[in-house]
Ligand binder design. Structure first.
Ligand code: ZN
Length: 203
């Protein structure tokens, strides 16, 4: 599966001169939600991810996603695996499972995101699941930003990755981009374009 082509074709992977929320500049920008805009595409990606998880032989009772970003990916993944889905959300800054969702003692839960950067929200969701007696058995995402190590890959996780090293992390591929400080940005040096923040132009 050519993940980069899929993301590019639907406008989820933008190429240009971007200002990131960190203040740094980049030639690429991910609008992860765009890739799930088309239910057929979401289904295709989730089925591919489910295949990898099934092939590993891992047993899963349910999928949980941190809201909002992970919900569509997690729901489609749960459908593809054939298990139930629930989500966690922040209440006063704390990742919480509410809305009547229950976690059984020892329930084997996979935490799913649309994209994993450092995995902070996924880790917070896993804490909420464990606090209710569930067992978090794996993490998954459609795409990985290159900080965490995908199950089966020999690339090591970078220090920024917050996912536990003893649990498998499944993803369809990596999107690893160079990030520049404004003073070192090659696009700025070229001087033809100004960095802009996607979203600030209504996109
Ligand atoms: Zn720049």
């Amino acid at each position: 599966m050519d993940l980069e082509k899929i993301y590019k074709d639907c406008g989820a992977l933008l190429e240009g001169h971007f200002l990131l929320s960190s203040g740094n500049h980049s030639k690429f920008y991910l609008q992860s939600a765009k890739v799930l805009e088309e239910p057929k595409r979401a289904e295709l990606l989730a089925k591919e991810l489910a295949k990898k998880i099934k092939e590993s032989g891992l047993e899963i009772d349910s999928v949980c996603s941190p809201a909002l970003g992970g919900v569509l990916a997690g729901y489609e993944l749960a459908r593809a695996i054939g298990v139930r889905f629930f989500f966690a959300e922040r209440v006063d800054g704390v990742m919480t499972i509410r809305r009547g969702f229950e976690v059984k003692k020892g329930e084997k839960v996979l935490v799913c995101e649309d994209i994993i950067t450092t995995g902070g929200s996924a880790l917070e969701a896993s804490e909420a699941i464990k606090n209710l007696g569930g067992e978090v058995v794996a993490f998954a995402a459609l795409a990985n930003r290159g900080f965490c190590s995908i199950f089966g890959s020999n690339k090591e996780a970078k220090k920024e990755c917050k996912l536990p090293k003893d649990l498998p992390f499944f993803a369809l591929g990596d999107f690893e981009f160079d990030i520049y400080s404004p003073s070192e940005c090659p696009m700025c040096k070229e001087g033809k374009t100004k960095a802009y923040k996607p979203g600030s132009r209504g996109n």
